[in-house]
Ligand binder design. Structure first.
Ligand SMILES: Nc1nc2c(ncn2[C@@H]2O[C@H](COP(=O)(O)OP(=O)(O)OP(=O)(O)O)[C@@H](O)[C@H]2O)c(=O)[nH]1
Length: 936
């Protein structure tokens, strides 16, 4: 199992940074960070180093038996240790390729890569003239007596490309022209000194010196004459098209093609030299494909063994060309996408592997490998590709590609922590966290004041809450935590950052004012946060209160009071007299009991920063809410771009009171972070200060670059809805914030939208209010990934710029049915499309041409309908379907064809299938995705 460096460092009691350095020293490469994973062998190597006489081991007295941790902790199932994260630190996706290039000798990886690629291609190409075309160049024939050049072992050594292809209609075309890669240093990268940094944007090019090759012998005709029977192959059609458009790699490709003539000359010269060497009795080029004793040169031990392996034929294979050992591998795995329809547009996260790209695009992996090979990059299905290479491949395949942002270190870490499940037995009840929301001056702060018995309102400038406050109080032995926010925007801001610290929302409504616009907003915000709502009907000490009117207003906002038979608790309070406060606390505790809020106090803490500030004398003070686990003085904490060791913890009510630990749901002021984190940032505890620094720095860097690039985050829009939903099947709710000119309009719109019902998708109106679109609406939309709809109203300037900044879509309408139509269309886009098979046509295989390194080409005549390039074909032999594959290449005469019509001849290369036979029937079909309709 892979182990993270920092985990091992912790086990060995060494600094993880030092361990990273040590890895390089002892030859474990590619470990640039403490988050990098180590294989079992690498772990053993490091442990051996520590067991031995390494400087670290002797300095620390060995690490064989590290002392027990200072404080036993539990991290979910991890048995008291931070879990091992198996995700890989994103390293340069082409680094493996570059590594292959930079290494002097072929490594195991290289050999494996070579083998896999070779196998993938070979499975496609059990070909007649393989013997002439593909020796893996075990010895450099041009210099038989000298040691082999370092890069001569790659399977690409000896790879030749056909430069042309003649379809069945032109079977007596020119003999194939082979292209020889320039020996030594193609692309200029092979001559770089080892260790010099690889060029950034270009793919690493695997170089292989060219072995001496015989020009291919033309196939003999049936009569045994020298008639040319096999068609030439030209460059892949995509490559030709892209080359014309001027893409650089393809220009290189074409240049190489022009070099083929030189290469052929060179090959001839090499051959002559080789023949001379053979005559001299030296170690010549192994004879491949010839019969034993047919005058081949004497072979050395290795060559002899290789040759012997090549001569091994399977029963029934006598007539087939001899195969190398690699071709005897079982099934190739490159058909990963054989059942996925080919896509025109894909969205993929980088770095991605060949296999992932193949699966996402519905293109056979071998096609991608072939493109990589044509660029000189040797790869396997598991090779990671960088954005440039991925884009290049997408262009070659004619696919539009959108990149998803890669996961940050922090995301990786958070994901890991979030995915940790606390064992049921470790969970204990925790105090509920209550947030007070409501219209300005309705008495939120006064109520909390009354509850905790202090007077904060008096101390606030202008009597308006300026800061987030958080307190914990004791109620008959049960604790309750309160959060007092300056307004619902602050509450929603926090949600927008993914931080929802609230368990229960108390909406404070002043009895003399009733439900005000901001009360409605607060209700929407609480509802969007999906937390239970309790109404505190405050200022009931005032005279002339019309309770029925307020209950009616609440009911209009879908909050039917329990007194009226609904499920919303309305508690009448007075912050001035204290009436109803006890009742409010009891109600809150009852709701909390119903919801059974639980946490595991025995794990490392995680929570949210509510507020932070830099104090001139003591450094950074952060007010945090512990949401799970227990935070201790001395813990290493990372919070957004801040990190540090907790030096001390103060009580939030009494700053002179120090805490040694903070349990779940406890707000506490912590000291010791290097900078003030933003409100709403998650904090979590790590064991390693070096790792905390690394994560914080990575975060700071990301935030800075996002700020500089000015890229707004993308939220849902009616247009991108469909794209966003691709691959995120579980997302089936479209959130709406509605603003309209009158209540009547809102009702009419609600009614229209109510008709858009479907079991698979849902429309959720988070907020429906009269008036123009405000900044608060945008904040809510931002936090809830919603679309703002304005009916006969406009957004104000602040709302407009906030929407721009946050990437929130505001759509304006003047006709109700248009809203319904647009939303209907969007919801239809959310329905998973139906896949339907469309029959295209049939073709009869009249002749099969086997071409080295390309595979079998079926020379066909279209019997009916059409054969299309992007179709799949069922191969029917003796009335039985023997396979179902995608078409790789479709040619008409010499040219690539998009489709070939009835009665015409064409050449078809079937992706991943070379066993096509004369007389086979190819039935072409296409899988079409049909968008579903709401009423279907
Ligand atoms: N009569 C009466 N006045 C109250 C009551 N509760 C609060 N007030 C008064 O209402 C005013 C506003 O109270 P706050 O607690 O500051 O209201 P708030 O909702 O926290 O206001 P913001 O901090 O601006 O959001 C103050 O002058 C309070 O004295 C009450 O129950 N009865």
């Amino acid at each position: 199992m892979a182990v993270r460096i920092y985990s091992l460092a912790k086990e060995l009691k060494v600094d993880s940074k030092e361990l990273v350095d040590l890895c390089t020293q002892i030859g474990i490469t590619g470990k640039g960070s403490a988050l990098a994973s180590l294989s079992e062998d690498e772990v053993v190597k490091i442990q051996d180093y520590f067991k031995g006489s390494g400087p670290k081991a002797s300095a620390k007295g060995g690490a064989a038996a590290p002392p027990p941790p200072e404080r036993p902790r539990q991290m979910g199932n991890a048995g008291g240790r931070m879990p091992v994260i198996v995700t890989q630190k994103p390293s340069g996706p082409l680094s493996s390729l570059r590594k292959l290039r930079d290494e002097e000798q072929p490594t195991e990886v290289e050999a494996e890569a070579a083998q896999e690629l070779d196998s993938a291609l070979a499975a496609e190409a059990p070909v007649a003239e393989e013997t002439a075309a593909a020796p893996p160049a075990p010895a450099a024939p041009s210099a038989p007596a000298e040691p082999e050049p370092p890069r001569s072992h790659g399977p690409l050594a000896g790879v030749m490309r056909r430069d042309d292809y003649v379809g069945p209609g032109n079977m007596s075309g020119k003999p194939p022209v082979f292209e020889e890669p320039k020996s030594g240093n193609r692309g200029g990268s092979g001559g770089k000194p080892a260790g010099s940094p690889p060029p950034k944007a270009r793919p690493a090019i695997k170089l292989a010196p060219m072995p001496a090759v015989e020009p291919p012998k033309p196939l003999r005709g049936k009569a045994g004459g020298e008639q040319v029977m096999k068609p030439d192959m030209k460059l892949p059609a995509d490559a030709m098209r892209a080359g014309k458009s001027g893409s650089k790699p393809l220009a290189a490709h074409l240049r190489r093609h022009e070099d083929a003539v030189d290469a052929a000359k060179k090959a001839k010269a090499l051959e002559e030299e080789n023949a001379k060497a053979a005559k001299r009795g030296g170690r010549g080029k192994p004879m491949i494909g010839g019969k034993e004793g047919e005058g081949g040169p004497l072979l050395g031990g290795r060559e002899e063994r290789q040759l012997a392996r090549r001569r091994t034929t399977r029963p029934g294979d006598e007539d087939r060309p001899m195969r190398g050992p690699r071709r005897a591998r079982p099934k190739r795995r490159s058909g990963v996408s054989s059942t996925v329809p080919r896509k025109e547009r894909i969205s993929i996260q980088l770095p991605c592997t060949v296999r992932e790209l193949s699966a996402a695009a519905g293109v056979p992996g071998v096609d991608i490998l072939r493109i990589l090979m044509s660029e000189g990059a040797m790869a396997t299905l598991n090779t990671q590709m960088d954005p440039d290479m991925t884009e290049l491949i997408a262009a070659e395949l004619g696919i539009v590609i959108d990149f998803k942002a890669p996961k940050s270190l922090e995301d990786e870490f958070l994901d890991e922590i979030r995915s940790m499940v606390d064992p049921e037995e470790s969970l204990v009840a925790r105090p509920p966290v209550i947030t007070f929301l409501g219209h300005v001056d309705h008495g939120k702060t006064s109520l909390i004041d009354k509850i905790i018995g202090m007077n904060v309102v008096g101390g606030e400038s202008g009597g308006i809450t300026q800061h987030i406050r958080a307190y914990q109080v004791d109620r008959n032995g049960k604790r309750i935590s309160f959060v007092d926010t300056p307004g619902h925007e602050a509450f929603t801001e926090m949600r927008a950052r993914g931080a929802n610290v609230t368990d229960i929302a108390v909406i404070v409504v002043a009895a003399d004012d009733g439900v005000m616009p901001q009360t409605e907003e607060a209700i929407s915000h609480a509802r969007a946060a999906e937390v239970p709502i309790v109404i505190a009907l405050n200022k009931t000490d005032l005279p002339g209160i019309d309770f029925d009117k307020i209950y009616q207003q609440l009911a209009t906002n879908d909050l039917l009071p329990s007194e009226w038979g609904g499920d919303v608790e309305v508690v009448k309070t007075s912050a001035t007299t204290g009436a109803g406060i006890e009742n409010l606390l009891d109600t809150l505790l009852t709701v909390a009991e119903l919801h059974e809020y639980k946490a595991n106090p025995d794990r490392e803490a995680l929570g949210t920063c509510l507020e932070a500030q830099q104090m001139a004398d003591r450094g950074v003070m952060a007010k945090v809410m512990v949401q799970n686990g227990t935070l201790h003085v001395g813990d290493v904490v990372v919070c957004g771009d801040a990190f540090g060791r907790v030096k001390s913890m103060d009580d939030t009510l009494n700053s002179k009171l120090r805490h040694e630990e903070a349990l779940p749901s406890m707000p506490v002021n912590i000291w010791g972070l290097d900078v003030a984190p933003a409100a709403g940032e998650h904090f979590y505890v790590l064991d390693d200060i070096g790792l905390a620094r690394e994560i914080a720095e990575a975060r700071a860097k990301r935030v800075r670059s996002e700020f500089l690039s000015g890229v707004a985050p993308t939220h849902v829009t009616l247009e991108n809805l469909f794209d966003r939903l691709e691959g995120a099947v579980d997302v089936s709710t479209l959130n709406i914030i509605l603003r309209a000119d009158t209540r009547g309009s809102i009702e009419a719109i609600r009614k229209e939208l109510g008709k858009l019902e479907h079991p698979e998708v849902k429309l959720r109106i988070l907020q429906a209010m009269v008036g123009g679109v405000t900044e608060a609406d945008v904040t809510l939309a931002d936090a809830s990934d919603a679309i703002v709809i304005g009916f006969n109203v406009v957004p104000d300037e602040r709302a407009k710029s906030a929407a721009e900044q946050r990437g929130v879509q505001i759509r304006r309408y003047e006709v109700i049915y248009k809203i319904a139509d647009d939303l209907k269309q969007s919801l239809e886009g959310m329905l998973k499309p139906e896949e339907r098979e469309v029959d295209l046509g049939r073709a009869l295989v009249q002749q099969v041409y086997k071409i080295s390194r390309v595979g079998a080409i079926a020379g066909c005549r279209v019997l009916g309908g059409i054969i299309a390039r992007d179709a799949r074909v069922r191969i029917i032999r003796d009335s039985t379907v023997v396979g179902d594959y995608a078409i790789d290449t479709l040619k008409r005469e010499k040219d690539d064809a998009k489709e070939v019509r009835e009665g015409l001849e064409c050449g078809i290369k079937i992706a991943g299938f070379n066993d096509v036979k004369e007389g086979d029937l190819l039935e072409a079909y296409r899988i079409e995705e049909i968008g579903r309709k709401f009423d279907s």
